[in-house]
Design a binder for this molecule. Sequence first.
Ligand code: HEC
Length: 332
Amino acid sequence: MNPIVNLFLIKIEVIMKNIKIISSLLLLLVGLPLASQAQTTEFFTPEVTLYVLSGMVVLVAMIVLGVAYTVYTMLGTLMENEEKKKAEAEGREYVPSPSMFTQMIRNWTNAVPLEEEKSIELDHEYDGIRELDNHLPPWWLALFYGSIVFGAVYLFGYHVADWWPLQEEEYQIAEAKAAEALAVNVAQGNVIDENSVEYNSDPTFLEQGKKVYDASCSACHRIDAGGVNGLGPNLADAYWIHGGTIGEIFKTITYGVPANGMAAWEKSLTSEQRSQVTSYIYSLYGSNPPDAREAQGTLVERAGADAVQIEADSVGGGDSLLSQPADSSSIQ
Ligand code: HEC
C-alpha cells in the first residue's frame, strides 16, 4: 500500500479512538450533574461536582487540542511529501518551509537574522562597538499599545463614566449584600439577633449557656457572675450599664464595649451560643452570689412572668440585691 495512504489510515484510526474517549467523557459530563441531583450522596457535594466538571472540561479541551495537533501534523506531512515530489519533478533542491512555530517567532520578534545584520548597521563605531538599528519587536509594541488602551479604558470606565464600582463602593456593595443576607437569615430563624433573641429557660439550653460562660466569660465576670473588681461587672444583679433586657444583654455580648474592655463576641461565638449565654446570664438574676461586686449602672426591674420567677428564686437575701448593692470593698 502507498505509505502516505497507510499513514493517513493510521492517523484516522487514532482520531477515531480519541473521538470515542471524548464522547464518553462528554456523556459523563452531562450525566454527572443529573446523577448528583438524583441522589445527594455525601460525596457529590456541589463543590466536588464543580471540581470534577472543571477537571473534565480541561481534559476534554486537552484532547481536542491533541486531535487538532495530530490533524495538523498529518496534513503537514502530506503537504511536505507533495512539495518534495514537485521539487524532484522540477529538478530543484527541496527546501522545507519553516514550521508554524518558527514562523510565529519570526513574526513576533521581527529580528534581523545574524547573516543580514550588516544591512541595519549604523555608521558610527566606538572602540569596536557598533550599533544596530533594530526595530522594536512587535510583541513588545503590542504590550505597550495594549497597556495604553487598557489605561485609557480603565481611567474612563472607573473615574469618568462610572461603569464599574471603585474599591470603596465595592466594599459598600458587599456590606449591603451581607446585611441583606443576614436579614434573610434572621427572618428565617437561622441566625438570632438582638431583636429576635428570646429568653429560653430550658435546662439543657441554659446548661449550654453555662458551658460558654465558664469557658469564655468567667475569667472577667467570675465563675458565679459576681463580677471582678477592676475587670468585669456583676452580671447576677439587677443593675446594668448597657441595659438588662434580653435583647440588650445579647447586644452587649455581640458587639461588646471594646473601649471598656468587654470584647465583641460576634465573630468568636455563633448566634446560637450567644443566645444560650444570654439566657444563662438572664437566668442568674437574683442568684445573689456572695461577695459580689458593687452594683453598676441603673436598676432594671423585670415585669410579668419573669418578676414572679425572680421572687421565687431570690428567697432569702434576694430582696437585698435590689435595695442595697453588694459590698464593694471585697477584692476578688
Ligand atoms: C476581658 C474581660 C472580659 C471578658 C472575657 C468578658 N467580659 Fe463582659 N464585660 C467586661 C467589662 C470590663 C465590662 C464592662 C464594660 C463597660 O463598663 O462598659 C463587661 C460588660 C459585660 C456586660 C454588660 C454588663 C452591664 O452591666 O451592662 C455583659 C452582659 C457581659 N459583659 C457579658 C459577657 C459575656 C457573656 C462574656 C463571655 C462570652 C463576657 N462578658 C466576657 C469584661 C469582660
